[in-house]
Design a protein around this ligand. Structure first.
Ligand SMILES: N[C@@H](CCC(=O)N[C@@H](CS)C(=O)NCC(=O)O)C(=O)O
Length: 151
């Protein structure tokens, strides 16, 4: 493992994988913040100490909370495949400059996707960032299959 970490591409991958995973993890606290700020809870036990009138108000969805949840869900759909495919890609021994280009574009695209989603920026800004991120993962998947295909 320590030897593997001496490989520059693996180190670059680890860096960008952690950046996008931490970004994704932060969607949880952002959801919680919005729940408290907007008064929107989804479980009876979360509002157990409130009066029944308050409970009725608080046990409701709020568009801002749902937006962050959808953004988080979209991260799960895209960042998990990036981490799995990206690790395999890093192990195929690509050129460092090409690998860095993949990792940087993906990280930039996903950070922009979050800004576009949370900030409700006009489309196609979010769609384009999603497509760019997905193309990076497909490009890495192509290289992995091209290198190791064994059916
Ligand atoms: N599961 C996604 C698949 C397609 C997708 O990821 N589209 C991008 C660009 S429009 C997106 O940001 N979708 C919004 C979302 O996943 O909530 C969806 O339901 O939209």
């Amino acid at each position: 493992m320590a030897e593997l970490m001496e490989n520059e591409v693996v180190r670059a991958f680890s860096t960008y994988a952690v950046i996008v995973v931490v970004k994704m993890l932060l969607m949880g606290p952002l959801t919680s913040y919005n729940r408290f700020a907007r008064g929107s809870f989804s479980n009876e036990e979360d509002v157990a100490r409130k009066s029944s009138e308050e409970k009725k108000q608080l046990l409701k969805t709020h568009p801002d909370v749902e937006r962050v949840r959808r953004c988080h869900h979209n991260d799960l759909e895209n960042i998990i495949p990036f981490v799995i495919v990206g690790l395999l890609y890093a192990l195929t021994g690509p050129e460092l400059s090409v690998a860095l280009l993949h990792f940087r574009i993906f990280a930039g695209a996903r950070i922009f996707h979050t800004i576009a989603y949370i900030g409700a920026l006009p489309q196609p800004s979010r769609a384009l960032s999603w497509v760019v991120g997905m193309l990076v993962t497909f490009s890495m998947a192509y290289r992995v299959l091209n290198t190791v295909l064994f059916l």
